[in-house]
Each structure stands twice: as C-alpha cells, then as structure tokens.
Design a binder for this molecule. Structure first.
Ligand code: FPP
Length: 217
C-alpha cells in the first residue's frame, strides 16, 4: 500500500552546501529544490499528505544568518507558489517576523481550494509544545478521550503518519511529530537532503510496501 502521509526531516542542507564549497545558507535554496522534487514524486505516487520539518523551535538557537536564510527561502516560496498542492502550516507561526507570518497566511489562503497533495510545512514547530497544547485543551474541555486528544494536535485533521524519512545520516526524531510517530515506519538515509531524487522516493515507497505493519497486534 502507498503511505497516505509521510513526514520528512530534511537534514543535511548546510553540510551539502559546505561540501560544494558554498556558504551553508545556500543549502536551504537547494533544499527547497529537493523538496519540490520529493513532493512532486510523492504526489505522482498517490501520497495524500507530506509533512516537512522546515524549522524547529530549537532551531531558534542557530546563528541569525542561518535563521534569516531559512525564513527567506520559506517566505519567497510562499509568495511565489502557484502549483496545485494545498499548502498548510503547523507550528507557532504568529511569533515569527511579520513578513514570514503574512506569507504563510497568503499561501494557505491561495491554495486552500487546491485539490493536489497537501504539503504541511512545520515551521517554528516542536512536538512537545504541540502535545502540551493538546493536553491543555483536553483539560479545559474536561475531555480526555484518545480521539479528542488527537484532534487537538496540530495534525488533528490529517491522516495517520505512516512513515518518517530522515536524511543526513542522523538516527533520531529531534522533536518531530512525536505523538504521531507511534506507529510510523522509520527510514534513515545517509544521503543529504539536497541530493534527494525521485528515485529515492520510489525506493522508500517500495520498501514501505514490504514492511510488515503490525500496530502491536
Ligand atoms: C536541518 O538542518 C534543516 C533545517 C533547519 C531547515 C530545512 C529547510 C529547508 C530545506 C527549506 C525548505 C523550504 C520550504 C519552503 C519548506 P541543516 O540542513 O542545516 O543540517 P546540517 O547542519 O546537518 O547540514
């Protein structure tokens, strides 16, 4: 079966730029190109949603130049995007600089009626914050059922997260969709994100089909 929802931890953009003799910030531009390749192939293969980790709450501790470069790539994408993906965001966007936050609202508005794959961009996102927020809502409403709790997460309206792919050689989740990851199939690739190709997506989807998903049964 094709996964309905895949999460991508897009790691290795800075290292890719350094390996090509470029400043790290150039890696995020190449990272966007890789994202568009990966997203198009996922859509072509019938994936309904991809969630991509563009900026974690912890990334706020990075050098200002790097943060600005990531926001610049994201803002330009938001302003220019005219494809058929439905673009949505997850994370504390309102705390970001006005221009970034406004571009997020713009692309969400412009693509709201699109019928293509959903591209869920996790920006200023952290899974622990999201879980605590969902728990507070449960407390406020006095409703502690599993279904309600899950609907309180930012991913509440999205299909279950079938798989998580992390590039760049590290084997950890780094505060990405921790609750949703409970039964996700995990893929760790040594390849740097900017080097991802359509064939890599096809290989992941083929391996996913071979995995025996038991959900604890
Ligand atoms: C991981 O660190 C990656 C990031 C912090 C940001 C990734 C963002 C993009 C590729 C831009 C995507 C664009 C849109 C519109 C969503 P790193 O790549 O700096 O890691 P490294 O230091 O290990 O190389």
């Amino acid at each position: 079966m094709t996964p309905k929802h895949i999460g991508f931890i897009m790691d290795g953009n800075g290292r890719w730029a350094e390996a090509h003799g470029m400043p790290r910030v150039e890696g995020y531009k190449a990272g966007l190109e890789a994202l568009l390749r990966v997203a198009s192939e996922c859509a072509k293969c019938g994936v309904e949603v991809i969630s991509v980790y563009a900026f974690s709450t912890e990334n706020n501790a990075r050098p200002q130049e790097e943060i600005a470069a990531i926001f610049d790539v994201v803002t330009k994408f938001n302003k220019a995007y005219d494809g058929d993906f439905k673009v949505i965001y997850m994370g504390d966007v309102d705390s970001l600089p006005d221009e970034v936050a406004q571009s997020v609202r713009l692309v969400e508005y412009n693509t709201a009626d699109n019928e293509g794959m959903t591209l869920n961009i996790c920006l200023n996102y952290g899974a622990r914050d999201d879980i605590i927020h969902a728990a507070k809502l449960a407390y406020d409403h006095g409703d502690y059922t599993l279904d309600t709790f899950e609907s309180n997460l930012s991913s509440g309206t999205l299909p279950p997260l079938d798989a998580i792919v992390r590039t760049g050689g590290e084997k950890r989740l780094s505060n990405f969709m921790l609750y949703e990851a409970a039964y996700s199939e995990l893929f760790f690739l040594d390849k740097l994100w900017c080097d991802m190709t359509e064939q890599d997506v096809d290989a992941i989807l083929s391996e996913f089909e071979c995995r025996n998903r038991k959900f604890g049964k």
